[in-house]
Design a binder for this molecule. Structure first.
Ligand code: MEV
Length: 438
């Protein structure tokens, strides 16, 4: 049977399911049943999800967990997290509790500037282009007024537009490099609409600019798009406490803990192989909250990793030091987030997540998300430099292994109890299950 199909998007949902089930699955009925099992019984809710994207055939569930006890600038938050990795919410909760007793997290939004660019080709005298840019700049802003008016009323809008000469990189390549303030909106549609209007005004205006020669008038717009690199949409999160306060009951000394912790961060600062994994731990926290609050985690991921490489070598996002007996752990991270627009007013669980956080502004959400990242990083480093990561990780993974072997509720109860005092490994769980089943 052919695997190529035309007009797929125009078929009904049931027809689409029939086609994929019959084309790709040995047991078509079983495949159809799995897809339908995840449909919502509330038809309106299902339709809402169907309409988020094209060709929806089912819903893909992720757990939504919450991590309580996050003290941030004196306010306590319970943070929603959508993630599949077993240990992440547990680690966040543990880190929150640890810092709750030590003054909590402090945060600060450093800047909220977002960037967009019109990339174009111009062949001719660069001086003429400069003159044209000066001439047309006010018109670029004026023509975008219908798009920017409402944003301006609220205090945002276009911050600046520059002409950038990129001909050293590619012959004839220039940019209109624009910056924006989008307040509580992530702003992708706003920025892209402004940019497309700039491009139109810029190209059309060139046709009538007298200084230009005929060739110079023919500006080619290559594309107009926002940048997900947002080094000036930046938030800082930090924790600090006297080194002795890091001492835990029956644990290693505060001094030993802090020293090793700082060493672990220093390694991630200089060693890219470690930095990537270190930052992955940060993103465990960031992505989970970004997803739960209906934001674009791909944009955040792209921007964060570019920022981690901004000095020419991929490095740790977080930093740590001991100074005058004080342990300090902090991170500056670029986060372009929104709390209005997009999914935020549409997805019932996103609305719930935002209400749980007290309907935060985008700036407040930046701070909460940064804290989730720093907390996750703290929890990972704390485990790595003390017990090792597997102890906690495998404990949380136990239920996945039990589910994989379809353990009954009674078996789960017995084995959870058993593994409170035994090391969890895949084979140890399988053996213990086998023993129970003889
Ligand atoms: C696992 O999801 C994340 C860690 O690897 C992060 C780290 O190594 O710092 C534990």
């Amino acid at each position: 049977m052919t695997k190529i199909i035309s007009g797929f998007s125009k078929r009904s949902k049931l027809e689409k399911i029939d086609w994929i089930a019959d084309t790709y699955f040995s047991n078509a009925d079983a495949a159809k049943a799995v897809l339908k099992q995840y449909w919502h019984s509330d038809e309106a809710l299902q339709q809402l999800h169907d309409e988020f994207i094209e060709n929806t055939v089912s819903n893909y569930y992720l757990p939504l967990g919450v991590a309580p006890n996050f003290l941030i600038n004196g306010e306590v938050y319970t943070i929603p997290m959508a993630i599949e990795e077993s240990s992440v919410v547990a680690a966040a909760s543990k880190a929150a509790k640890f810092w709750l007793d030590r003054g909590g997290f402090k945060t600060e939004v450093i800047a909220t500037k977002k960037i967009g660019q019109v990339h174009f080709m111009y062949t001719g005298n660069p001086e003429h282009l400069q003159q044209y840019f000066k001439h047309i700049k006010a018109q670029l802003i004026a023509d975008a007024k219908p798009i920017t008016r409402n944003m301006e009323k609220r205090g945002g809008g276009i911050l600046a537009i520059e002409l950038r000469d990129k001909t050293q990189d590619i012959d004839n390549y220039y940019q209109l490099h624009a910056s924006f303030e989008t307040l509580d909106a992530m702003g992708a549609n706003f920025i892209n609409s402004c940019l497309e209007q700039f491009a139109k005004t810029f190209k059309d205006g060139a046709l009538h600019f007298e200084t230009f020669t005929a060739t110079e008038r023919d500006i080619t717009i290559v594309m107009s798009i926002l940048s997900n690199y947002v080094p000036e949409c930046l938030v800082r999160a930090e924790v600090s406490c006297p080194v002795e306060a890091l001492q835990e009951k029956n644990g290693i000394s505060g001094h030993d803990f802090a020293t090793k912790f700082v060493q672990a961060v220093a390694i991630a600062e200089v060693e890219p192989y470690r930095a990537v994994t270190h930052n992955k731990g940060v993103m465990n926290g960031i992505d989970a909250v970004v997803l739960a609050t209906g934001n674009d985690f791909r944009a955040v991921e792209a921007g964060v990793h570019a920022y981690a490489a901004k000095d020419g070598r991929y490095s740790s996002l977080s930093h740590a030091k001991i100074e005058n007996g004080i342990f300090k752990f902090w991170m500056d991270i670029p986060l372009a987030l929104g709390t209005v627009g997009g999914l935020t007013g549409l997805h019932p669980l996103v609305k719930l997540a935002l209400e749980l956080l007290g309907q935060p502004s985008a700036k407040t959400l930046m701070q909460i998300v940064a804290v989730a990242g720093l907390a996750q990083n703290f929890a990972a480093l704390r485990s790595l430099t003390t017990t090792g990561i597997q102890q906690g990780h495998m404990k949380m993974h136990l239920m996945n292994i039990l589910n994989q072997f379809e353990a009954s509720p009674a078996e789960k109860l017995t084995l959870t109890e058993h593994f409170k005092t035994h090391t969890v490994t895949h084979s140890a769980v399988v053996d213990a299950l086998k023993k129970l089943r003889v």
